[in-house]
Design a protein around this ligand. Structure first.
Ligand code: PLP
Length: 282
């Protein structure tokens, strides 16, 4: 594979950064993951806008324009012959001469890295059979709205889920579900109302989440942003997660309790189809 690193495209074996890079030492970095289907970027505008916001919140300079970034993405798709999968982009506060906590001088350039991940997006088996999740306490920091690479709590949650034999974890804060370990979380109640947690500093403003809310409204479906408990989720008619990586994957069990008798829900399936349809037409 060919990797993008600070204005150069290099074979992945040659893509190396300093041990003094602040992304490595402090997780002082932001990232984005954009899905690629049929060689096309999905929802890139949303991802770029969120990247700008993440940088602003952390006073991290974004030394590349939107047009340049789109070009980097397209070149990665071409050079790696990426038909379907993901493009990972990370921007760190650059490389210091030592391990100083304080920000380096503004003359220190950011590090920009991007690479492709070949993966199945459209026909992923989990989209058909659904996934199982287990609940874990949300121990993340208080700025989950910023997409930083400080992902240790998410890694612990995912590891815990896999150890329990589940596919993924959903996170609980003060009795309410925040989101998945790397996704937003939705339930559908028995009145076919779609419910997801409102945006705040406790969740990542998912680009896929936003697209789902918009298309649900366009389709005349009832969609509400409010808090809901683990108990309400377990009693729901359907549940699903959303992210660029998964688009929409139905959830068929929570803490070993079946949702919809362990079957993939109709609305989850329909939303996924409409989402894909719209994404591919853009
Ligand atoms: N929430 C968290 C914690 C995530 O890590 C992600 C994606 O990685 C999402 C939500 C979904 O965001 P998006 O739809 O923009 O991929």
């Amino acid at each position: 594979d060919i990797v993008y690193l600070d204005s150069h495209f290099v074979p992945k074996e040659q893509a190396k950064i300093s041990v003094f890079d602040r992304g490595f030492l402090f997780a002082d970095a932001v990232y984005e993951v954009t899905a690629v289907i049929d060689g096309q970027l999905i929802d890139f505008n949303g991802h770029f806008q969120r990247l700008q916001r993440s940088c602003k919140e952390l006073a991290l300079s974004l030394p590349i324009t939107k047009e340049q970034l789109i070009d980097v993405h397209h070149q990665l798709i071409e050079k790696n012959n990426l038909h379907e999968g993901l493009i990972y982009l990370q921007i760190t506060r650059g490389t210091d001469s030592s391990r100083f906590f304080d920000f380096p001088a503004s003359s220190v350039p950011s590090t920009i890295v991007a690479f492709v991940q070949h993966s199945t997006v459209i026909n992923h088996p989990n989209a058909k059979k659904g996934i199982s999740v287990v609940s874990v306490e949300d121990i993340r920091w208080q700025r989950c709205d910023i997409k930083t690479v400080a992902l240790l709590a998410a890694c612990l949650a995912k590891h815990h889920a896999h150890q329990q034999g589940a596919d993924d974890a959903i996170l609980i804060k003060d009795g309410y579900i925040t989101e998945g370990s790397s996704s937003n979380f939705f339930i559908v109640n028995h009145d076919n109302e779609i419910i997801t947690r409102p945006l705040s500093q406790n969740i990542l403003p998912g680009i896929t989440r936003q697209a789902i809310i918009q298309l649900a409204q366009e389709e005349g479906l009832k969609i509400t942003e409010r808090l809901f408990t683990l108990d309400e989720a377990k009693k729901a008619k359907e549940a699903f997660i959303s992210s660029a990586t998964t688009l929409i994957w139905p959830v068929v069990s929570i803490d070993n309790e079946d949702i919809n008798q362990g079957e993939v829900g109709h609305l989850s399936q329909r939303l996924r189809e409409i989402y894909l349809d719209k994404a591919l037409k853009k």
